[in-house]
Structure formats: C-alpha cells, structure tokens
Write a protein that binds this ligand. Structure first.
Ligand code: NAP
Ligand code: MG
Length: 479
C-alpha cells in the first residue's frame, strides 16, 4: 500500500484536438479508406476516442503508388542536405507539439503520461534529429561504396511504443532517401495520424510518408504488395515468421524486430537498492509491454530472499491508475486481448506450481488493468519462464555461479536484451560476452538512445535499428 495518499495531478486533455474520425494519409492528404473502419479506444476507460479508416488492398496499392511516384520524381533526386532539412523540421515540430503527442499517446495506449512525456516523445524527436544528421553524410557512414536507397519501404509497427516505433522506422528510411508506407497497430493509430499532420506542417513532399491504418490484413497487404522493395517489421515472433515465409523467394529485403524474454541478472555484490530500482524499471516500465523487458529476474541464491522482500516492499508503493495523472507509475493494459493473454499465462504459472504474489493495489472499475505481479519458485520449464507475457509480471529464478546464470539466461528461444548487476567490471565484460542478447545493460536497464543500435539474436529477429547500424538495412551498396 502507498505510504501516503497523493492528490490527483491530471494532465489536461484540452491540448489534444481529437477529431471524431480519421482517414488514411495517402499522397499528402487524408482520404477515406474503402474498408469498414474501426474504433480506437482508451484502454483506461474503454471510451471511444475516434473512428479510424481501414485500408484495404486497393488503399494499400494507392499508398504504394504514391510512395513510388514521390520516390522517383522527388525524394531520390533530392540532395541529402535537403532531405536532412525536412527531417530537422519534423524533429523541431515534434518538440514543439510534444505535449499534444504525449497526451494523445497516453489516451490511446494507456501508458503513464510521465513516460510518454519524458521518454516516448522526446526520444521520437531525438531519432529524427539523429537521422537528419546522417542524411548528407551517408558516404562517410561506412555503409559500403555508393550507398543508395531501396525505393519504397513498407513498415509495420506494434502498439507498445506507437510514436517511438514510428520514429525508429520513418527517420532512417527518409534520411537514406527511401519513401514509406507505414501501418500503425489497430489499437494505437492516433499518434501516427497526428504525425501525418506534422508531415503536412513540415511541407514534406506528398507521398514521401503514407500512413495506412487497419489490422492484420492491412499489414499483410503491405507485405504482399509487389511494389514494396523493403519491409521493416516490429511485432511478435509469430507474425515475423509469417512475413519471412511470405517474402522468401522475392527480391524484398526485410528487418524483423521481434519478441524477447530478457534475463535481469543480480549478483550478490550488487548494490541492492539500485538493483531493485532496476528490476522495477526493467519489468514494470510501460506495464511490461516492452520487447526488451527484464521479465526474468535471475538472482544469486545467497541474496534471493533479501532482494525478494525489498522488491515487494517497493512494489507496494507503485501507483497504478489513470494514465493522465502525472503521479501514475503503471497505466492500463493496452487491450482486452492483451489482458486475456496475461491472465492466461499467469494462470498457467500458478497451475504449473510457481508462487504468485501481487501488490494488492486497487484497480479502476472500468478499462483493462493488471496488478504488478511477481512469481517466485519459477523453474526453467514453466511457461512463464519461456513465453513472453508482455505485461507487468516478473518471474524470479535463482542461480549460484556465473556459469549457471549464463546457461539459464540463454535458455530461451529469444535473444533481445539482458541486464547484469554486479560491482565487478571483469564479470560484466565476461557475462556480456557470453550472453546471447543484442543489448546488454550493466547496472542499469531499459536505456535507449538514437545513437545506439538495438536488435536481436535468434527468434528476437534480425537487423539493427538506431545508430549507424540502423541505416544499413535502408541502403544498397556497390556498383
Ligand atoms: P503483432 O501482433 O505481431 O503485431 C505487430 C504489427 O503487425 C501490428 O501492426 C499488427 O497489426 C501487424 N500484423 C498482424 N498480423 C499481421 C500479418 N499477418 N501481416 C502483417 N502485419 C500483421 O504484435 P503485437 O502484439 O502488436 O506486439 C507485441 C509484440 O511485438 C511482442 O512480441 C513484442 O516483443 C514485439 N515487439 C518487439 C520490438 C523489438 O524492437 N524487437 C519492439 C516492440 C514490440 P494489428 O495490431 O493492427 O493487428
Ligand atoms: Mg487505443
């Protein structure tokens, strides 16, 4: 329980000018989609926020054609310096309209305003600034000789970081001279549509960015379209595998950023209070809807009970509730479907014999909510140790030696990220070398920066986003 009550500190919704319905953004204009349309709701209240168009195969075709024309006539002919100016302009507008974006993101996604305000939106702007800087320097980025764009890029993103994933995708694609057809997730389309307005505001040439809303079939239409030269997908491993199968034997290139089941490894010499903060950040940040979340805590046996009790005490102070309240730590689960999945996996955890604990906090009566939950007594074969829960649920396992920690950490089909908590530098380096994970954090967790590459091993996908490496998939090189 909280040690004292907080007065409400709601962020104002008034900064957002929500329209009752939104079209598709094709060739620089909003147009009606030819599909049935769907509603985007606030997962915290189940209130309908807006009606959104559904893009059919024909609409996706129109978007791809617009992107092709913009590519051939304008964008591929423009100098890198001029492309960079557009990206800088977009970055500045995102900063100017940051509050509007943050409130809309929290409304549509359910994430706490302090996270959308301090992390999602500033980082999205930072990705545009960073990639703007590369636009006129691609020849010096060690990408190979004569780096040049693929053409039209199809991009499909998930709902957990809607604007940030959009920025990870669009900024490097435009910097390298490609044009884009992007599909946001069905449950979180609204900030992508606000971004379309930013493209208009920045006078971006029509067709350089096209936003098509819809669900899986709209994504499939992008994957299957013959006019797409390269695909960039972030989402589940299941859909990623389908995409890999769908494009095999075609000339299409792809990068896949998929799921994860990261180990956050705490040694007995770690500063325990800092480690506890890192564990909390690792799995309860963004309701645990994080592909690189530290969802498995591996704690050295000698300190396991102490870490467990300090962790539970800390979780008792987390404030769960209204995403627009500035004091909220944990917001709403993004959708009923995701909540059902979390419930099913946590029920399996109990069924298979792990011990369940939650912080007992009160939950709002409407919307989709799940209490911060910890499972102890977890073994490696439990589903909650193997499968991605993608929710505020931590599975705790123990180890005795560094070798055992490495073996357990690597014992998953995934390989996206890992965390190490220890005072010993040599152990950090040894562990980082042994862990099959694209990103390894030491004495911290969930740190993101546009200059740093991010991506996975094994079933977490292939390709890197961010940093100089993030440009590579968007260019071809050689004669
Ligand atoms: P998802 O179901 O795979 O959806 C991802 C995107 O693909 C959504 O836009 C989705 O549309 C679309 N989609 C669904 N079926 C499709 C199909 N047959 N063809 C083409 N597109 C299709 O994943 P999710 O549940 O939204 O996202 C959670 C997953 O994403 C987790 O596994 C998480 O680990 C992963 N993730 C990975 C990273 C990373 O960088 N590695 C980052 C964030 C999330 P609709 O949602 O509209 O149906
Ligand atoms: Mg929504």
């Amino acid at each position: 329980m909280p040690t004292f009550e907080y007065a409400p500190a709601p962020e104002s919704r008034a900064v957002v000018d929500l329209q009752s319905s939104y079209g598709l953004f094709i060739n620089g204009e909003f147009v009606d989609g030819s599909g049935t349309g769907f509603k985007s709701i606030s997962p915290a209240t189940e209130e309908v926020l807006a009606e959104v168009s559904e893009a059919t195969d024909a609409d996706v075709d129109a978007a791809v054609r617009a992107a092709r024309t913009a590519y051939t006539r304008v964008w591929s002919r423009m100098s890198g310096t001029d492309r960079g100016k557009y990206l800088y302009r977009i970055a500045r507008i995102l900063q100017e309209r940051a509050r509007e974006f943050a409130v809309l993101e929290s409304l549509d996604n359910g994430k706490p305003i302090k996270e959308s305000r301090d992390i999602d939106i500033p980082l999205a702007a930072a990705h545009f600034f960073y990639n703007a800087g590369w636009a006129d320097k691609l020849e010096y980025a060690s990408l190979g000789t004569n780096p040049r764009p693929h053409g039209v890029v199809g991009q499909i993103i998930p709902w957990n970081f809607p604007m940030l994933m959009l920025a990870w995708k669009i900024a490097p694609a435009l910097a390298t001279g490609n044009t884009v057809v992007l599909k946001p997730a069905e449950t979180t389309p609204l900030t992508a549509l606000l971004f379309a307005e930013v493209c208009q505001q920045a006078d971006l040439p029509p067709g350089v960015v096209n936003i098509v809303t819809g669900a899986g079939p709209t994504g499939q239409a992008i994957v299957d379209h013959a006019g797409i030269d390269k695909l960039a997908f972030t989402g589940s491993t299941g859909v990623g595998k389908m995409i890999a199968r769908a494009i095999s034997g075609t000339r299409k290139k792809a990068t896949l950023e998929l799921g994860g089941k990261a180990a956050n490894i705490v040694f007995d010499d770690a500063p325990i209070d800092q480690a506890v903060e890192g564990i909390v950040n690792g799995i309860f940040f963004n309701q645990g809807h994080v592909c690189c979340a530290g969802s498995r805590l591996l704690v050295q046996e000698s300190i396991a009970s102490e870490v467990e009790s300090r962790l539970k005490r800390r979780l008792g102070t987390l404030r769960v509730g209204d995403p627009l309240d500035k004091n909220t730590d944990v917001g709403a689960i993004n959708s009923r479907a995701q909540l059902d999945r979390i419930v099913a996996l946590t029920d399996a955890g109990e069924g298979e014999g792990a011990t369940r604990w939650d912080n007992g906090c009160e939950l709002p009566s409407k919307g989709f909510w799940f209490r911060p939950t910890v499972f102890t007594g977890v073994t490696q074969t439990h589903r909650i140790a193997q499968e991605e829960i993608f929710g505020p649920v931590l599975s705790v396992l123990t180890f005795r030696t560094p070798q055992e920690a490495v073996a357990k950490a690597n014992n998953t089909p995934y390989g996206l990220s890992a965390g190490i908590w220890t005072e010993k530098g040599s152990r950090i380096l040894w562990m980082a070398d042994q862990l099959k994970a694209g990103v390894v954090w030491a004495n911290t967790f969930n740190q993101f920066d546009p200059t740093s590459p991010f991506g996975g091993y094994k079933e977490s996908g292939y390709g890197r986003e961010g940093g100089r490496h993030g440009l590579e998939p968007y260019v071809k090189t050689g004669a």
